[in-house]
Write a protein that binds this ligand. Structure first.
Ligand code: IPM
Ligand code: MG
Length: 359
């Protein structure tokens, strides 16, 4: 199969981790007889430096025309003082919106080899952690009007949070469909005791529930959900929630699995062209030191094969290789524990490649 992948290395540790993921893909292509071609795309701080824009239109176009996009991470302190509409993160938001990827899927699953790295008590971890957060990605407060004005001699900032019924419905359907493929439990998370947008969210979810009688729908307020995720994460199968709540809860969910460095994500819309990225950021403090964990990005590449290219065997092959490397005791610094062998980013990538075995 021939596939063209748009590659966004981005900032900070982005280039290092993406390079390892590309080496993994190269080996997978050799093993399974595929041809992957790559189109480099500048986005984030590096695009601001080079083009004066975090995502020039022609870069977005390259992504839309690709078969899928693999992204490292963007942002860093160097661009902290640029105006809001020019920040590196704005490039990412424009990419998500431009690609129309409204559904962001973030799995929170504990790797048994890393159970020790979870900050939760063993008794909680042992009950199992295996859920997925379906986060609405191109609506809500991230995409409302943002402004800072002066009123009565002081600055006032306004961030608008709006959701249309149809935006809620399309992500709701992804939530129900995801639950149908798993343990058929969907928890809709909102703040309906305060927000209008959340009351509409809840109403739409309950309307949809009638169409998915095999799925058990529950509601949870977001503050309670934040508590329940650390108290008893085993209760969750699929969580569906709006953009900002999903941003926050998915960081929390990743942390209880041991390391944010391990978690990939997929963002999908109406077409097969998806955006695949680790959920962690650009970690500028460790950039260029060859110590970052490339596993989140490698697993994002595996998700791309599975969900956009229909290559389940190839995706399994990558995931099994990661598991084998963890079994053998190799760890990057973020997931290191006593008795393991500490390796850097490049070595972790090479170990994964050595363990790629055609099933
Ligand atoms: C994420 C990140 C982004 C987000 C930032 C970088 C804009 O935190 O993907 O979770 O908030 O969506
Ligand atoms: Mg985030």
């Amino acid at each position: 199969m021939n596939r063209n992948i748009a590659v966004i290395r981005g900032d900070g540790i982005g280039p290092e981790i993406v390079n390892q993921a590309l080496l993994v893909l190269k080996r997978v292509a050799e093993l399974y007889g595929h041809t992957f071609t790559y189109t480099d795309v500048d986005m984030g701080g590096c695009a601001i430096d080079k083009w004066g824009d975090p995502l020039p239109q022609e870069m977005l176009q390259k992504c839309i025309e690709s078969d899928s996009v693999l992204l490292g991470a963007v942002g860093g302190p160097k661009w902290n003082d640029v105006p809001g509409h020019m920040r590196p993160e704005k490039g990412l938001l424009r990419l998500r919106a431009g690609m129309g990827v409204y559904s962001n899927n973030r799995p929170a699953k504990i790797w048994p080899q890393l159970a020790d790295a979870s900050p939760l008590k063993e008794s909680i971890v042992q009950k199992g952690i295996d859920f997925i957060i379906v986060r609405e990605l191109i609506g809500g407060i991230y995409f409302g009007k943002h402004e800072t004005v002066e009123e009565n001699g002081e600055a006032v900032s306004i961030d608008e949070l709006r959701y249309t019924e149809s935006e809620i419905e399309r992500i709701g359907r992804i939530g129900f469909e995801t639950a149908q493929k798993r343990n058929k439990k969907l928890c809709s998370v909102e703040k309906s005791n305060v927000l209008d947008s959340s009351r509409l969210w809840k109403k739409v979810m309950h309307r949809l529930a009638a169409e998915y009688p095999d799925v058990e729908l529950s509601d949870m307020l977001v503050d309670n959900c934040a508590m329940q995720i650390v108290k008893d994460p085993s209760q969750f199968d699929v969580i569906v929630t709006e953009n900002m709540f999903g941003d926050i809860l998915s960081d929390e969910a990743s942390m209880i699995t041991g390391s944010i460095g391990m978690i990939p994500s997929s963002s999908l819309g109406a077409t097969g062209c998806g955006l695949y990225e680790p959920i962690h950021g650009s970690a500028p403090d460790i950039a260029g030191k060859d110590i970052a964990n490339p596993i989140g990005t490698v697993l994002a590449a595996a998700m791309m094969l599975r969900y956009s290219f229909d290559m389940a065997e190839e995706a399994d092959c990558i995931e099994n290789a990661v598991s084998a490397v963890l079994d053998a005791g190799y760890r990057t610094g973020d997931i290191f524990s006593e008795g393991c062998k500490k390796v850097g980013c490049t070595e972790m990538g090479s170990l994964i490649i050595e363990n790629l075995k055609k099933g």
